[in-house]
Design a protein around this ligand. Structure first.
Ligand SMILES: [Zn+2]
Length: 142
């Protein structure tokens, strides 16, 4: 975070930015590179120069943030898919049981129909038999 030295307002992105590699070295340690940016305060309009966090770091953070968002998106998508699948399965389960019930009732209807037909056929056979007997007896009689 970079704040305006005059009014303390948090400044947005610098209008210009560059890396400074200090030539001076202290006796033992190497002074690391750093970036400097020129900012314009959105509040009071004053221009100022400030050290900014290294671009690589910011980029890394942004990438991680983006990755986290992507993961969140994927997770959200999966959750939605799971929910939809669960709902679909629930609907299919109900449909399945109603179809099974329908099949069961159709089977029963078909069975009773078959039985009725069987009875009818048997009755007709009986009739044929009695007709044959009648004919046979009249033939014999004549
Ligand atoms: Zn300011």
């Amino acid at each position: 975070m970079v704040n305006c030295p005059k009014c303390g307002t948090e400044a947005a992105n610098p209008i210009k930015c560059w890396t400074v590699s200090p030539a001076k070295r202290t006796t033992n340690e190497v002074v690391p590179e750093f970036r400097v940016g020129i900012f314009v305060c959105s509040e009071c309009g004053s221009k100022f120069k400030k050290k900014v966090p290294s671009a690589a770091k910011t980029e890394q953070v942004t990438n991680i943030k983006k990755l986290a968002e992507k993961v969140k998106d994927i997770h959200g998508g999966l959750t939605r898919t799971l929910r939809t699948l669960r709902e679909k399965m629930c609907i299919l389960e109900t449909e399945r049981s109603s179809v099974l019930m329908e099949i069961e009732s159709l089977k029963k209807a078909a069975e009773s129909r078959a039985k009725a037909l069987e009875n009818e056929v048997n009755a007709l056979r009986g009739e044929i038999q009695s007709l044959k007997e009648l004919l046979g007896s009249t033939e014999k009689a004549s």
